[in-house]
Design a protein around this ligand. Structure first.
Ligand code: FEO
Ligand code: CA
Ligand code: CA
Length: 671
């Protein structure tokens, strides 16, 4: 291969995309149609207009629900600024068992694992947990946090995912598969919560008996919709229709739609299933293996008590997990819908944005070493005049996987029966979607370093793609595009790619890409020029969008979930810093980095989580005066009761919790 000496790119000019035409060099200016209307009406306005029509919100003030990572767009602000507006004293990496925030800021716990959510629900008692209690309490391991306004900045529904359980951290004397009662508690602790929160002079608190409160569990009834619904691969003895399923599992991050619904994403669903080796059908067994379903017993042993987790007995059940699920948080009776049109993988998140055509675009990463970045483009268009009209938009459209070329261009490859590479191998569109990974393999998508969050920046229009890390990338990948877009060997600290859709159109099938960050410790090996990013870079090479002064830079590893403030600054939550030798193994954290202006790339740390946690979010209130984060799995794997953290209650057991970070003078976060 000649790749070793091939510059990653020489594409600063002469590219197919006219940056002027999409406004990316003019921060804050949306491209304008001949008639003078912006192509992309700000999401905040769209949602506010839409939800304000809702009758139960009568009398409520403006109802800005934030989208695409909690951002809101104000062209006047961004244009006047051209600045990042950041003004806080960055904190240092820490191993302290607490949530640390910059001087002057406060953090408060709003919701903890086990908090009672309904009338008569019992208080949390770690020594007397029951499934019945857990069904009425806030679940375990909170991840995604979505703010859905009821009254602007002071009353809202928080939609929170409960990704997974760790029995050894939950129960005394835990032995996997020993007690059905523990399995049932864990099933009840999975899924998600909708919880009303209010803010008064003293801060945010949750409303215990709100009529909106809801627990969605690992066995809650839900529907399967879209092109794969009813497919023979989705039929089981419990559900011969292939259209109804119990539960959602391993819901990691998610997103929000312009019509005010919650998207929640099933990630590592494979870990719940057992005995793939005993599946007789070769094609089914191979498909499950591609998703990591184990050949023997599962680590959890739930298959001992529930046949559906045993592939030998129910070979199709794993096909019913791995989806993006849409839920209307404003309707406690809404039956969740698994949207098969968005594909089946280890979905990290689902960021939604409107193309100028009005089509809905959903970006998603498949969080696995050497897996892919996806985007869905709806067939229909968004109807701002009737909220309900949009509820089935995510059931029909085109799913694409990303192909990164080594010259800095890229293409979105359609995963459809019209793609000749797929028509030969799949029976129908339903099968393509159920076996999304295999379809993307066949289409020629680019293997990436664990794609996590994929979010459009509402100020500069570019799309930011986080790659958490990839210790298995031990040699230069034979696919040149994969080698240049994932240039470090190995990639211990993760990186972020900046992607520009052709013509600024989110529905486009071509894009350009650049490396935005190569995470790590800039004091060790800081590169300052894109031209230096050749394939096969040393693992400790770092790049902060060209920012050259290591003394002004923070340190970061394992970027995971992201969001933007109204100035377009990129906020990054991490999941894996304690494993980074280059950083000295600090706790996971929240960072912020400007994407434009003189401080582009100047990353600073804003918060630090307690020991053993990952930090999830970020999610801003509409006024940006509150930053919500989920602190997931504090003290993980210490084992009850010897956990490495006792946050937040300083009691015997750590409790994953949602925190609200504010400044007493009410300033916008980070300013
Ligand atoms: Fe649940 Fe990809 O993190
Ligand atoms: Ca995550
Ligand atoms: Ca993660």
């Amino acid at each position: 291969m000649t790749l070793d000496n091939t510059p990653a790119r020489s594409r600063r000019d002469g590219d197919a995309i006219d940056s002027e035409s999409i406004g990316i060099e003019r921060p804050g200016l949306l491209p304008t149609k001949p008639g003078g209307r912006p192509h992309n009406e700000p999401f905040r306005d769209i949602v506010a207009r839409n939800l304000a029509r809702r009758t139960f919100l009568k009398g409520a003030a403006a109802v800005p629900v934030l989208l695409a990572g909690g951002s809101l767009f104000r062209s006047d602000e961004a244009e006047a600024a051209g600045r990042d507006g950041l003004n806080f004293r960055a904190i240092r990496p820490s191993k302290v068992d607490d949530v640390l925030v910059p001087r002057g800021y406060t953090s408060e716990v709003v919701l903890r694992w086990g908090d009672p959510l309904f009338p008569g629900a019992p208080q949390f008692n770690p020594n007397n947990q029951t499934a019945a209690a857990q069904r009425r309490q806030f679940g375990y391991n909170c991840d995604f946090v979505g703010y859905f306004a009821l009254e602007g900045d002071r009353r809202a529904l928080l939609c929170v995912n409960h990704e997974y359980t760790t029995g050894s951290d939950m129960f005394k004397n835990y032995v996997a598969g020993a007690m059905k009662a523990q399995v049932d508690i864990e099933l009840a602790a999975h899924g998600g919560s909708v919880v009303e929160i209010v803010r008064d002079w003293s801060g945010w608190r949750y409303v215990k008996n709100s009529r909106f409160n809801r627990r969605i569990t690992g066995d809650a009834p839900m529907r399967i919709t879209g092109p794969a619904a009813g497919n023979r691969l989705l039929r089981t003895s419990e559900d011969p229709t292939g259209r109804n399923v119990l539960g959602m599992l391993n819901n990691c991050a998610g997103g929000k739609t312009p019509w005010g619904t919650w998207l929640t994403c099933e990630e590592n669903f494979n870990q719940y299933f057992a005995n793939n080796d005993d599946v007789a059908d070769d094609a089914i067994r191979e498909a499950h293996a591609r998703y990591g379903v184990t050949g023997g017993a599962s680590g959890r042993r739930w298959e001992k008590f529930y046949d559906r987790f045993d592939c030998a007995k129910e070979p199709n059940e794993p096909f019913r997990f791995g989806y993006v699920i849409e839920i209307d948080p404003y309707d406690p009776d809404f039956v969740p819908r698994k949207r098969t049109a968005l594909g089946r993988c280890k979905h990290e998140a689902a960021a939604t944005i409107l193309a100028r055509s009005g089509q809905v675009v959903v970006y998603s990463g498949d969080d696995q070493q050497f897996d892919y970045v996806y985007k869905f483009v709806s067939k229909g268009t968004y109807n701002p005049g009737n909220r309900r009209d949009n509820f089935d938009l995510l059931d029909e459209g085109t799913l694409y996987a990303a192909k990164f070329n080594d010259d800095g261009t890229g293409r979105w490859l359609p995963l459809t029966m019209d793609n000749p590479r797929l028509a030969r191998r799949f029976a129908n569109q339903g099968e393509i979607l159920i076996k999304t990974r295999l379809a993307a393999d066949a289409a020629g998508a680019t293997p990436m370093d664990r794609p996590e969050d994929v979010q459009p920046n509402p100020v500069n229009g570019k799309v930011y793609v986080t790659m958490t890390n990839n210790s298995a990338r031990t040699s230069i990948h034979p696919d040149p595009g994969s080698a240049t877009s994932n240039p470090r060997v190995p990639n211990f600290n993760g990186h972020i790619i900046e992607l520009t859709e052709r013509g600024g159109d989110y529905a486009a099938t071509a894009f350009r890409w650049d490396i935005f960050l190569l995470c790590g410790n800039p004091n060790i090996n800081l590169l300052t020029d894109l031209e230096d990013l050749v394939p096969g870079l040393a693992a400790n090479a770092t790049f902060f969008a060209g920012f050259a002064d290591a003394n002004q830079l923070g340190q970061i590893a394992s970027p995971d979930n992201i969001g933007f403030d109204s100035r377009g600054n990129l906020w990054i939550a991490t999941d894996g810093q304690p494993f980074s030798a280059d950083l000295g193994q600090p706790n996971d954290a929240m960072h912020v980095v400007p994407v434009q202006g003189p401080d582009r790339g100047r990353l600073r740390q804003f918060a630090s989580g307690p020991r053993g946690c990952e930090v999830c979010g970020p999610e801003f209130s509409p006024d940006e005066r509150t930053l919500f984060c989920a602190i997931q799995h504090p003290g993980e794997d210490g084992g009850y009761p010897n956990t490495t953290s006792n946050w937040p209650d300083r009691g015997i057991i750590p409790r994953a919790s949602v925190v609200a970070i504010r400044h007493p003078d009410g300033r916008k976060i980070g300013t």
